[in-house]
Write a protein that binds this ligand. Structure first.
Ligand SMILES: [Mn+2]
Length: 385
């Protein structure tokens, strides 16, 4: 069993007890203060609270947001008040979001699939006006915990590699300890496949696929759930403004097949064709040196991220860097399947000193964004590493 917290349903006022079960020991999550505080955060939400979710724009961000939104609705009998998605190239919470939160008099914020601890001054400022729960599996920049803020990351309660424990699975496991979310398992599974975060969860994934009568395949991207993840990705890549619609469709749908039949599938077709084109061009035009392969393109769609994911899986022993020149912004996506090089550090170092630039992510998968005037310097730096 891939079961995580095995917990007796406790009386509301009692601290949940962890029952030690004979399960694969590396998957056991020890109940600790972080988990308890996150459970209390969810349980203590009342009808009077004004709840905002801010989530990443990918499958993991959307699925984790819908899981938490439904968990809250089930707990308090009322929907959340506001949901926003992060703005690309401005990773994190922006002034525009704070304005929106003020307008809606938000007093509890749940941030999903991005690190709020990366910008500690902002976090400390924000917690003056709202309670914060940050569920995330990215790098732990600062283990900041306070009366108002809970950072909930795998690093704080398990040895499972954080990049293989995606936010939607974290949200699903946590929500499952405070309410019934079994019907949302396919969303957590979709996000796990989409984030290439499946290694510790093979048995659980098989079970979920079986439940929805979707055959399991060696290449998980080719399963129905894998294709649903690709649908979200394509929608995001086609037009970032469709993310809110994507959230709504997931909120409405009861099973994976409904997503496939939804209007989102048309975006997938368009983006699939664009991806095919660039996979062909990558073979011909990528600059190669040692184990590094750098491909530069100008696509009006934000396909650099899915493109590097596909190529990263195809060439796990290469450092794949995709550069997409979108107007004034240059977006970069990097992958290194075998983890022999940390692409997050590689990109973080390569943008040092660039004004308004950002970079971050995981050891095998990372992204960066900066003004196009820095492209030459960026390329010089990455070739030197
Ligand atoms: Mn994620």
């Amino acid at each position: 069993m891939d079961l995580l917290f095995i917990i007796k349903t406790p009386p509301h006022w009692r601290v949940p007890q962890l029952i030690l079960a004979p399960i694969q020991s590396e998957l056991v999550i020890k109940m600790n203060k972080t988990i308890r505080r996150a459970q209390e955060f969810l349980r203590n939400i009342t009808k009077d609270d004004r709840i905002c979710l801010i989530h990443d724009t990918d499958a993991d961000g959307i699925c984790s947001a819908v899981i938490i939104a439904k968990c809250i609705e089930r707990l308090r009998g009322k929907k959340i008040n506001l949901h926003l998605s992060v703005e690309k190239e401005q990773y994190g919470i922006t002034k525009r979001m704070i304005k929106q939160m003020n307008k809606h008099r938000i007093n509890k914020l749940i941030a999903l699939d991005f690190s709020t601890d990366q910008n500690l001054p902002l976090l400390k400022k924000l917690e003056k006006q709202t309670h914060i729960l940050n569920i995330d599996h990215h790098k732990l920049y600062n283990n900041y915990q306070s009366d108002k803020t809970i950072i909930y990351k795998p690093q704080l309660f398990t040895k499972i590699d954080p990049s293989t424990y995606c936010t939607a699975k974290l949200a699903y496991d946590l929500a499952g300890t405070v309410t019934d979310v079994n019907d949302l398992d396919w969303m957590a599974a979709t996000a796990s496949i989409s984030d290439i975060a499946t290694k510790p969860w093979k048995k659980w994934l098989n079970k979920v696929c079986k439940k929805y009568k979707s055959p399991i395949k060696k290449d998980l991207f080719q399963t129905e759930l894998g294709q649903i993840g690709a649908t979200i990705k394509s929608t995001e890549v086609y037009d970032i403004n469709l993310i809110s619609k994507c959230y709504d469709i997931f909120y409405r749908t009861k099973k994976p097949a409904d997503v496939r039949k939804s209007e989102l599938s048309k975006y997938k077709e368009i983006i699939d064709n664009e991806l095919k084109k660039h996979i062909m061009l990558f073979k011909k035009k990528a600059k190669k040196q040692g184990d590094m392969q750098v491909y530069e393109m100008a696509s009006k769609y934000r396909i650099h991220s899915p493109l590097s994911t596909i190529l990263g899986v195809k060439y796990p022993h290469k450092t794949i860097i995709i550069i997409n020149k979108i107007n004034k912004i240059t977006a970069v996506s990097a992958r290194r399947g075998d983890r022999k090089k940390a692409v997050n550090t590689l990109l973080e170092n390569a943008i040092k000193g660039f004004k308004g630039a950002n970079a971050g992510g995981h050891i095998p998968a990372a992204a960066a964004g900066f003004h196009r005037k820095y492209l030459k310097t960026f390329k010089e730096r990455i070739w030197k590493t």
